[in-house]
Each structure stands twice: as structure tokens, then as C-alpha cells.
Design a protein around this ligand. Structure first.
Ligand code: BTN
Length: 316
């Protein structure tokens, strides 16, 4: 049990009892309580002891750790920042320092958040901005599949926990009512046959307000549900879901998820264009993805299988 869990039981608990639970002195308990107060917890103290009073959403590494029902391999260490340039940049630095799989870096606010193709990612307070350090045992060319798994996990959580149905705009934008609620970026270091590390960055518009210029293309969960949601609950559910997807994928491949992904594909059977940094844009009918995560497009002349790109509805 963590100190947060002990203090959240809705009854006062004395310093010496807390010390007994944690195997530390009363002095050390006092220090930890002061630290929690410094980071925003309201902790009442009386002659009966201490208790946490939850006045607002508390979002930090302690809350997340306390709410995880079981230890997760993909989340062994959590680093939480009130503000950082980008959790992606932070996690990549840790990867270069040889940190192992399972580091999750979270920020309340990012000043230089970025998305795919180095697009600026708006990261105001209230959203969920995090990056994960992973070391999957798969071939480097399978890494693009990882982003599809993240999309599946996000889409499942939206449905299971909040009753929100979403679509996946290949490869990995999550849409609600046609507007983007979440995006994923995958960066990695790899040799010819092995992946050294993957930095997976995930941004979800949760309680953050969106700037005017994004309002017609983006949406937040708060807007959909007309209430704020608890980000700790969201990320705990997401990490737990992703853990099992990730390990099932490494042992059994992507085929087991193909039907689910394709059932959620946005603009299915519609005329779409895929823009790419390296190749000409391709326009055709969207048939969803194949077992390797490639997008199947039927153009006028043939079936194309596309590895990467940015999808949009074709202009008539
Ligand atoms: C995209 O849709 O292009 C991907 C967006 C990814 C944004 C997240 S927010 C957390 C992490 N840190 C970043 O700088 N980017 C990713």
C-alpha cells in the first residue's frame, strides 16, 4: 500500500500507524506528508491523525501508482512533470541513457509538444500527454504495427469506460464524430534486425480546452461527455489494456487484432487520398488494412498497399 492509499481510506490515521504500514519512522511520515502537501494534496491533520481531502482531480505519479491494480511491465517507472518541452524528447533522452522498457513520462503541460511529421501538438493543461519507453522483441519493420495497437487500446477504453464510440483514421488518429481526440507518434532506434528502443508518444484531448483554430477538426472528451473526467482513471485503464495487447501481439502477431481494427477504420469504402512525404499522393477506395498494417487502396488501375502516410477524404 502507498501513503496515498493509506490516507485515502476516508478515516483519520495516526502518524505512527502510517509509519508501521510503511516501515518508516514518524519523522519520515511527516516529511512525506509535507511533500504531498507541496505538490497539491490537501491533507487534514487532527489529534486522530491524517486524512486526504480530495477537492479536485489529483493527477501525478503517486495517484497513478496507487490506482494500478497490478504491477505492469510497460509501466515500472513513472516520471511526472508539471511542465516540460515534450515527453517524447524526455523519454528519448532516457532511452539514450540505457533505461529499460517500462518508463512512462507524463506532463501536465508541454511547451514543445510535437506530432507526426514534426507538426506542433497543442498541449495545454488538462490533457493527457505522455510517452512510453518500450523494447519490443519484434523485427524493426513491425514497429508501425505498434501504433495500431495503441489506437486499438485507446478506442477500447473510450468504449468500455465512457461509452464513447470512436473511429481510427489510419494509421493512428482517434476520431470522435469525425474530429481528432487523440494522436500517436512512434519514434525508434533500430539495427538491421532488432529494435533497440521505441519511444511512443500519446496525446489525448481530455479536459483541455482547444484553441479556436483547432475546434473544427479536434474534440475533447470533456466536450463529448459534458463533464471533466479523471485522467488518472483514464491512463490507468489505458496502460492496463495496452499491457495485454502488447504482450499478446509479441507472442501471437497482429492477425488476432485485424478484424477489430478494420471494424473501426474511418472512411471505410470511401474515396480517400494518402499523402506521403516520399511518394506521390495516392487516391482510391479505402479497404482498411492487411495483416501487416498496410492500408489497402483500390486505385483506378490496381490495388495499392501503403506502409505509411497521412489519410484524408479525397476531394471531389
Ligand atoms: C500526431 O497525431 O501527430 C501525434 C501526436 C502525439 C502527441 C503526443 S503528446 C505526448 C507526446 N509528446 C509529444 O511531444 N508528442 C506526443
Amino acid at each position: 500500500m502507498s501513503i496515498i492509499e493509506i490516507l485515502s481510506t476516508e478515516k483519520y490515521i495516526s502518524g505512527s500507524e502510517i509509519g508501521r504500514f510503511l516501515g518508516i519512522s514518524r519523522d519520515a511520515v511527516h516529511k512525506r506528508i509535507n511533500r504531498l502537501r507541496q505538490i497539491g494534496y490537501t491533507i487534514k491533520s487532527s489529534s486522530k491523525g491524517y486524512i486526504i481531502v480530495k477537492k479536485c482531480e489529483l493527477f501525478n505519479e503517486y495517484e497513478i501508482e496507487a490506482n494500478l491494480k497490478k504491477p505492469l511491465n510497460i509501466c515500472k517507472t513513472i516520471k511526472y512533470y508539471k511542465e516540460t518541452a515534450s515527453t517524447q524528447t524526455a523519454v528519448k533522452k532516457l532511452a539514450l541513457k540505457n533505461f529499460g522498457e517500462g518508463v512512462v513520462v507524463i506532463a501536465e503541460k508541454q511547451t514543445k509538444g510535437y506530432g507526426r511529421i514534426k507538426r506542433v501538438w497543442n498541449s495545454n493543461a488538462g490533457g493527457l500527454w505522455f510517452s512510453m519507453l518500450l523494447k519490443p522483441v519484434i523485427r524493426p519493420d513491425g514497429s508501425s504495427i505498434l501504433s495500431l495497437l495503441f489506437s486499438i487500446a485507446l478506442s477500447r477504453i473510450l468504449e468500455k469506460k465512457y461509452g464513447i464510440s470512436s473511429e481510427i483514421k489510419w494509421p493512428n488518429d482517434i476520431l470522435i464524430c469525425g474530429k481528432k481526440v487523440a494522436g500517436i507518434i512512434i519514434e525508434m532506434s533500430a539495427g538491421q534486425d532488432i529494435i533497440n528502443w521505441v519511444a511512443a508518444g500519446i496525446g489525448v484531448n481530455i479536459n483541455n480546452s482547444l484553441p479556436e483554430d483547432l475546434k473544427n477538426i479536434s474534440i475533447s472528451i470533456k466536450e463529448v461527455l459534458k463533464r471533466e473526467i479523471d485522467r488518472t482513471e483514464f491512463i490507468v485503464a489505458f496502460l492496463t489494456e495496452f499491457e495485454s495487447l502488447y504482450f499478446n501481439f509479441q507472442s501471437g502477431g497482429f492477425k488476432q487484432f485485424l478484424e477489430e481494427y478494420n471494424s473501426k477504420v474511418a472512411y471505410k469504402d470511401a474515396l480517400v487520398t494518402v499523402d506521403s512525404v516520399c511518394n506521390d499522393a495516392i487516391t482510391g477506395k479505402n479497404f482498411g488494412i492487411d495483416e501487416s498494417g498496410r492500408l489497402i487502396i483500390e486505385t483506378k488501375n490496381k490495388i495499392e498497399k501503403i506502409i505509411s502516410g497521412t489519410l484524408r477524404r479525397a476531394e471531389n
